[in-house]
Design a protein around this ligand. Sequence first.
Ligand code: GLU
Length: 478
Amino acid sequence: MKVRTRMAPSPTGEMHIGSLSISLKNYAFAKRHNGQFILRIEDTDKVREVGGGVEEIQKILKAYSIDWDEGPGVGGSYGPYIQSKRLNIYQKAAEELVANGKAYYCFCSKERLEQIKEEQKISKSPSKYDEHCRNLSPEEINKKLAQKVEKVIRLKVPSGKDVKFNDLIRGEIVVKSDIVNDQVLMKSDGYPTYHLAVVVDDHMMDITHIMRGEEWISSTPKHILLYEAFGWEIPVYAHIPVYLNPDGKGKMSKRKGTVSAQSFLDRGYLPDALLNFMMILGWSRDDEVEIMNMKDYIERFDPKDVSPKSVVFDIKKLDWINGIYIRKLALPELEKKIEKFLPNDFPIDKLEKILNLIRERLEKLSDVEQLSSFFYREIQFDSTLLLKKSNSSDVTAQLTKTIEALKIIEEWNTASIEIKIRTLQESLDWKKGQYFMMLRIAVTGKKATPPLFETIEVIGKELVLKRLKNGIQLVNNY
Ligand code: GLU
């Protein structure tokens, strides 16, 4: 089977995470069948275009290692791959439809169109072009052309017809042609509409499978009618459901948090982890494998297995997967990746040791500040925590003796610290649970930390002794 898939984003701003997921699927499906994945820029809507948008799209796909076989930057034999550079192609295609009686010139003024809309609103009938220019006589047409009246080209939608297409995810979809507008194909400024451009390009670029967001499903009948008008073969469709917000309510959108593919990198998600998450999300398979790489995915991905129901973008699951990928990184690699998330006051000479201690608990690279700050910043905690299961004179005695024991250590390392502290606890028969928890809180301000002796080593002798003294003061002031 020959397979050519495409991603056809418009440069209208940052790429949405849903578009990244659709790119992933198109990419994997093409690779699975030794086909090609094409990147095409749909920039015919100049009003919505954002400066730098084309570069942005390429940058983000590259950041996630979704490489395209043809498209901007890499070329290919079906170019140009930017629609604004193909205007003459669309013009020619639209004129061909006019010549074959499948489309027509429409000279209606904006005012007239507005008026029809108004009237339809009042009479509560569906908003649709009234086909006024569909039946102009050749003389009338020639006259208007000679007068250079502004015009568009509209598709002559056949009446009384069932427009059918098969969606790999949703099965057969049938729409009555009578509810389809005689849509504009070419605008008066010489630009095609999305509908014309997408069909012409998908056909000319030999695209075999169109996988795109479900928001385009209502446009598909229009596209089918266009393929039929041209007499072209219809590609295979799969409309991918949108993600729902993490709270399960509504389409994942900006209003409920950042949704751009870039923002996930900024928050310290690893590209491979996010891709893995999107691979398993909404994919019904027989097994429950959750961790998979691109190679596994390419071997197995089939759009038929995508669930037609929208799935919740489960951030907790993403965090869990991201944590697994962080732990898989070799330490030097983690050090490199985490660098840009380190706060200014981070003691860089202790980076390796601190990472070793906190990596188990890192879910995002950006967690580093929160998980490591007690190593180098002032700690704050509720002093009553020191007195849990004990009283202030006993705790004072414990802290004083601990200070004495630690003070005389010459080689400050985990082993020497451990021996001193354990000997103290055992010889004075202090309750293990109480003592160690009290010590942990005095030294770190937290109940849950990495292993205590290692932590004490990394915080450093001076700071540890200072915090223990501070602990004595706290319990005495209490
Ligand atoms: N240009 C459309 C977009 O921005 C492409 C839709 C399609 O894939 O047909 O998403």
